[in-house]
Design a protein around this ligand. Structure first.
Ligand code: HEM
Length: 529
């Protein structure tokens, strides 16, 4: 008996040692993998991939190792693509192989297991295709055009709020974005007051808690060291946090779904309401049919994907404008010419007539991209890139920062200079090849590129044009524009705290804006009845 027990324990120990050795060997670089910084057994490059400002280190490595940097995160193979031509050749043209997403254990198993395949940042390829088909009715083309009055009216509300209490501009931007401009209204048909007093506050809070669980700087590295998933909850803070985050997220989404299910007379039928109706219609083909839980996850994921990045993008734009009064003057000259009246906003703002405002937006996205290394992809098959092996399951990052800052492509890339996009549609300096080149890489590329891109431009250009019509944006603190000291970066590149004020451009602005806001409220009530 004792002998059998000892033999049993010995074989168990042998098995454990075997698995440990296999695991350790898997943390070495695979054969013919793209070059990169030296890795160490067990960790790979985790010790030299910084949690703060990783894009700056990735840019240094690109200088040393060329167009693709090969890394190891424990056993995971990782490549960083540093060259826009490779993005075009592989991410765009060979999208079928480069369009998976890596697993996120904490988020997918503990926070939103019911959204494992369909929540925005971990959408499976199949759901991504179906999501694009349904959201394009709202996020692009004529569907997006229908949202223009709503975007314009909500931006008028923002101008009103900035005039009342410009010192709370950060809060106003967050509420404006989440309220009508973010897809909350588009998806559920709800205005904030429909959702109750605390919805925005609670949603904001849980969003940040969820981000912390996803942020490589704060989240536990379960995806790299899966053994950590077995650590008991008393030693693993994330195991205690995840259920709390889950409960709060589902409550926020639940309020939206409850609203979407109510009968209403909106002039634009909200996405969730439309999908619920389609699901109930026997004529709907299977790929257009989603269950209530699926609709909740698709809806929640889209709102989450939209919210934080957009608020940060708008803050960065305000910072850039405050630091560049000459850009504001040029934009105001354009806006004043198009808006024409001193005392009234146009009934319909025609964004096609505001190319410089559009260029300010693009330049801000290029100059300080909210996403510097993109949302990681995962290859779904073995591939070869520039003669190197890229095994199936490799995590792929796009070095958006480097592409946006490429001195061979842009004149003075570190300067905030919207004029570059007035001279050339992709902002290129004279005489360089533009094959497959995008104006900015901040929304990613290829078939998983952000589907909210046009929505972002419409909502934000509506806002920035009205803000610059009404105000000069003036700094109240010294502005630090350096990407390393003026911004904080792990997942997103956010400007550090800075002070600005909104100085009215006309003496009678209060009365003018109050009247415009009254009209905008009437319109919003019609749209979101
Ligand atoms: C300025 C604000 C935004 C930025 C910078 C941004 C950026 C990004 C990036 C970099 C990705 C990953 C793309 C890739 O892998 O190539 C992404 C994905 C996504 N974004 Fe955005 N986004 C913004 C706003 C929005 C908005 C307003 C919406 C919806 C209305 C949205 C919905 C999504 C969705 C659903 C995905 C997942 C797509 C997929 O995996 O197939 N985003 N976004």
């Amino acid at each position: 008996m004792a002998l059998a027990l000892s033999l049993g324990l010995l074989s168990l120990a042998g098995l454990l040692v075997y698995h440990a050795v296999v695991w350790l060997l898997s943390t070495r670089r695979p054969p013919n993998f793209p070059p990169g910084p030296p890795s160490i057994l067990g960790l790979g490059n985790l010790h030299n991939f910084p949690r703060e400002n990783p894009f700056l280190t990735a840019a240094e490595w690109a200088k040393q190792y060329g167009p693709i940097t090969g890394l190891k995160f424990g056993p995971t193979n990782v490549i960083v693509i540093n060259d826009a031509k490779l993005v075009y050749e592989f991410i765009v043209k060979r999208g079928a192989i480069f369009s998976g997403r890596p697993k996120r254990h904490v988020a997918q198993e503990h926070v939103l297991p019911e959204g494992r395949d369909m929540y925005a940042i971990f959408l499976s390829n199949d759901y991504s295709r179906r999501l694009r088909t349904i959201t394009k009715e709202f996020l692009a083309g004529s569907g997006l055009g229908q949202l223009a009055p709503m975007h314009q009216a909500s931006a008028t509300g923002l101008v009103y709020d900035l005039l009342q209490s410009g010192d709370k501009w950060r809060d106003h931007i967050a509420s404006w974005y989440v309220a009508v401009t973010a897809p909350v209204a588009m998806i559920s048909g709800a205005q904030l007051h429909d959702l109750g007093d605390n919805w925005v506050r609670d949603y904001n809070k849980v969003q940040h808690e969820f981000e912390d669980l996803l942020d490589p700087a704060t989240a536990p590295p379960i995806d790299i060291f899966p053994i950590l998933q077995w650590v008991p909850a008393m030693f693993a803070e994330w195991k205690r946090k995840a259920p709390v985050t889950r409960k709060a997220l589902l409550k926020s989404y639940g309020a939206l779904m409850a609203h979407a299910k109510k009968p209403h007379n909106n002039t634009i039928q909200p996405l969730a309401t439309k999908l619920l109706q389609r699901a109930a219609d026997p004529k709907t083909p299977p790929e257009g049919r989603f269950s209530e839980q699926e609709i909740t996850m698709l809806m929640g994921g889209t709102i989450d994907a939209a919210f934080d990045s957009s608020v940060v993008v708008f803050q960065t734009l305000m910072l850039a404008l405050a630091a560049h009064p000459e850009v504001q003057r040029a934009a105001q000259a354009e806006i004043d010419g198009v808006f024409a009246s001193e005392t009234e906003l146009p009934e319909r703002i025609d964004l096609d007539r505001l190319p410089y405002v559009n260029a300010c937006m693009t330049e801000s996205l290029r100059w300080r991209p909210v996403s510097t290394l993109g949302l990681p992809r995962e290859t779904v098959a073995d591939e070869q890139m520039l003669g190197y092996n890229i095994p199936k399951g490799t995590m792929v990052m796009i070095n958006m920062w480097l592409m946006n800052m490429d001195p061979d492509f842009y004149d003075e890339p570190d300067r905030f200079m919207p004029e570059r996009y007035m001279r050339d549609p992709v902002g290129a300096k004279a005489g360089v090849s533009q094959l497959g080149r995008k104006a900015v890489y901040t929304f990613g590329a290829g078939r998983r590129e952000c589907p909210g891109k046009d929505f972002v431009y419409q909502s934000m250009c509506m806002a920035v044009s009205q803000i610059l019509w009404a105000f000069d944006v003036v700094p109240t603190t010294k502005l630090d524009l350096s990407p390393s000291t003026g911004f904080t970066s792990s997942v997103v590149l956010k400007p550090n705290h800075f002070g600005i004020k909104f100085v009215p451009r006309r003496p009678d602005l209060g009365a003018v804006v109050a009247e415009q806001k009254r009209k905008a409220d009437v319109l919003l009530r019609q749209i979101l009845a």
